[in-house]
Design a protein around this ligand. Structure first.
Ligand code: CA
Length: 226
């Protein structure tokens, strides 16, 4: 599960943003004061901090500086109403990884969140293991309960996209972009065909409710972690 710490004292922003993050499959913790945020961030249980610059107690810049001074490498996406260049530079200087000015479009913020999580996430070739499925990128090998299964190229890429975001819904567009690099395949059955071959190879053809790869109607697919 990807855990996001949201530091925002304005309920009108925190509430919808928190809901949107939840819909993307992230676990969200909301904190409103700078000191509480710093404490939470240092616990080391989160994957990303969305940090408002104007917080009561201790402002976002100071939270960021102190986190970095204490060795935290938590990815930080800074939010601020002040969008001039100076704040941008100061924010990055304080140790933020990226920056979004308010007001922001939810879709843009989500895209930045995903990009940041991807950059700060596990290295490209680290082994991913979920349930009995093990993917070894360096060897380009997949094991199911300890036995190797042979996947065609696109099946492997498809499984990797789902495993990289295990527990989260991955949209059909994301899959088409990352596996085929081609959104023009939207209207075709290509993705569904490969998905059914992949399911067959990983023995995921039981009753729909028990499937490891769940179909999220109208959205995409989710590889369940339990
Ligand atoms: Ca604020």
């Amino acid at each position: 599960m990807t855990a996001v710490l949201l530091a925002e004292d304005d309920e009108a922003i925190a509430a919808p943003l928190s809901r949107a993050l939840g819909r993307e499959g992230y676990t969200v913790t909301v904190e409103q004061s700078g000191t509480a945020v710093l404490e939470r961030a240092l616990e080391g249980n989160h994957d990303l901090l969305i940090l408002d610059l104007g917080l009561p107690g201790m402002d976002g810049l100071e939270v960021c500086r102190q986190m970095r001074a204490r060795g935290s490498e938590l990815a930080v996406l800074m939010l601020t109403a002040r969008t001039d260049e100076v704040d941008f530079v100061v924010g990055l200087d304080a140790g933020a990884d990226d920056y979004v000015g308010k007001p922001f479009r939810l879709a843009e913020l989500m895209a930045r969140v995903r990009a940041l999580l991807r950059r700060s996430g596990p290295a490209e070739d680290s082994v991913i293991e979920v349930g009995g499925l093990r993917l070894e990128p360096a060897a380009r090998r997949v094991l199911l309960n300890g036995s190797e299964i042979i996947l065609a190229n696109k099946e492997y890429e498809l499984l990797k996209v789902l495993l990289d975001r295990a527990g989260q819904v991955v949209s059909r567009d994301t899959i088409l972009r990352e596996v085929w690099g081609d959104l023009d395949l939207r209207g075709s059955k290509t993705l569904d065909m490969h998905m059914s071959w992949l399911r067959r190879k990983i023995g995921d053809e039981g009753p729909v409710a028990e499937r490891r790869i769940a179909t999220v109607r109208g959205v995409g697919f989710r590889l369940n972690t339990d």
